[in-house]
Design a protein around this ligand. Structure first.
Ligand code: PEP
Ligand code: MN
Length: 360
């Protein structure tokens, strides 16, 4: 049976970024254990800090504090492991769940070492996304664990690094990436970590709600009794009281509805949408046919397939037309990039093909 249970309520994992002292761990657990949605206590024991010299965690000593949480509050505990030695220590201390951090998921050698250390062990493991937006690496790390015989796996979406200093997020959510992972592995249990995406406690609720709207199965949220005094990730941790309030205000969405009239309405709208999609595909095919004819003309007068002025004109006019219809400029641009790329690809094929000539 799986530790990660899908249900109407989100599966919530909460606890401090780092276990700092026995008192801090126990104080947090005492407050968090009473929140009904919280099913698992988290705390970092070995902290992968980006720069040397910052707090690197209390190590093995802190594992016994977590055992006190487990025994006192009957709350299972999870820690991050980044080395086979961490796995060994965590297992020796009876830690119930392990997770692999974002800085480890990027490295297949390291993930493999951890997977090897887990051979023959039955334990739930959570895999954070890699720091870079690469779904393959994320899936690869999960598969390495599967090959080691780990069956109880969850993915954690914690956002992706970027050099965009103007962004409101600490780590970019790039929502299509976790959705793509879910498309590839439909049965996968997927958790959102709005704390590391936000980097700021004021934005955690909004990101958590977005995850619920998109059908995530759970949330991992950092909580500290005195967040401003936290030794790591101070800006994004929230008090257990704030966490309780956030969870009580969360609107939880379901995949299905039992309300027959709403289900019928949805089905009707889907039918309409199917019709529009069929028309769109037909229009795209007609547009590509025109592209091919243009390719033949360009070939006969030795012109390039890509014409920068024409592309600029397309972007400008289509964005304006889209704007009138309330379609965002960003959406129109990314859509036309795809369409235009395909059109250019087809034209280049024609320019290179010595058999096709323009029909006059
Ligand atoms: C953490 O959970 O505290 C942590 C270090 O996370 P990440 O691997 O997502 O950076
Ligand atoms: Mn953290």
């Amino acid at each position: 049976m799986s530790f990660f249970k899908k249900g109407d309520a989100p599966f919530v994992i909460a606890g401090p970024c780092s276990a700092e002292t026995r008192e801090q761990v126990m104080e947090t657990a005492a407050a968090i254990a009473g929140i009904p949605e919280v099913k698992l206590f988290r705390a970092g024991v070995w902290k992968p800090r980006t720069r040397p010299g910052s707090f690197e965690g209390k190590g093995t000593e802190a594992l016994s504090w977590l055992q006190d949480v487990k025994h006192t509050y009957r709350l299972p505990v999870a820690v991050e492991v980044a080395e086979p030695a961490h796995v060994e220590q965590a297992l020796q201390h009876g830690t119930e769940v392990l997770w692999i951090g974002a800085r480890t998921t990027v490295n297949p050698f390291q993930v493999q070492r951890i997977a090897d250390a887990l051979k023959g062990v039955t334990i739930p493991v959570m895999v954070k996304n890699p720091v870079n937006p690469d779904v393959e690496l994320w899936q690869g790390a999960i598969e390495r664990l599967e090959r080691s015989g780990i069956t109880d796996i969850a993915a954690i979406h914690r956002g992706f690094s970027s050099y965009d200093t103007a962004s409101v997020y600490r780590n970019q959510p790039n929502w299509p990436i976790p959705i793509e992972l879910k498309r590839r592995k439909p049965e996968l249990f997927i958790i959102c970590d709005p704390s590391h995406i936000s980097g700021n406690r004021d934005r955690v609720a909004e990101v958590a709600q977005r995850a619920m709207d998109m059908g995530f199965n759970g949330l991992m949220i950092e909580s500290h009794p005195h967040p401003d005094k936290a030794l790591s990730d101070a800006a994004q941790q929230m008090t257990p009281d704030a966490l309780r309030e956030l969870l009580s205000e969360l609107i939880v969405r379901r995949q299905y509805t039992e309300d027959m009239s709403m289900a019928t309405e949805l089905e009707y709208l889907r039918q309409l949408m199917d019709g529009i999609d069929a028309e769109m595909i037909d229009l795209l095919a007609r547009r590509m046919e025109l592209s091919e004819r243009m390719g033949l003309v360009k070939k006969s007068c030795n012109m390039t397939a890509y014409q920068p002025d024409r592309w600029r004109e397309i972007v400008e006019t289509r964005s304006k037309q889209g704007g009138v219809k309330m379609l965002s400029e960003e959406f129109i641009l990314s859509l036309y990039e795809k369409i235009h790329d395909e059109s250019i690809r087809k034209q280049v094929e024609i320019l290179r093909d010595t058999r096709k000539e323009v029909k006059k």
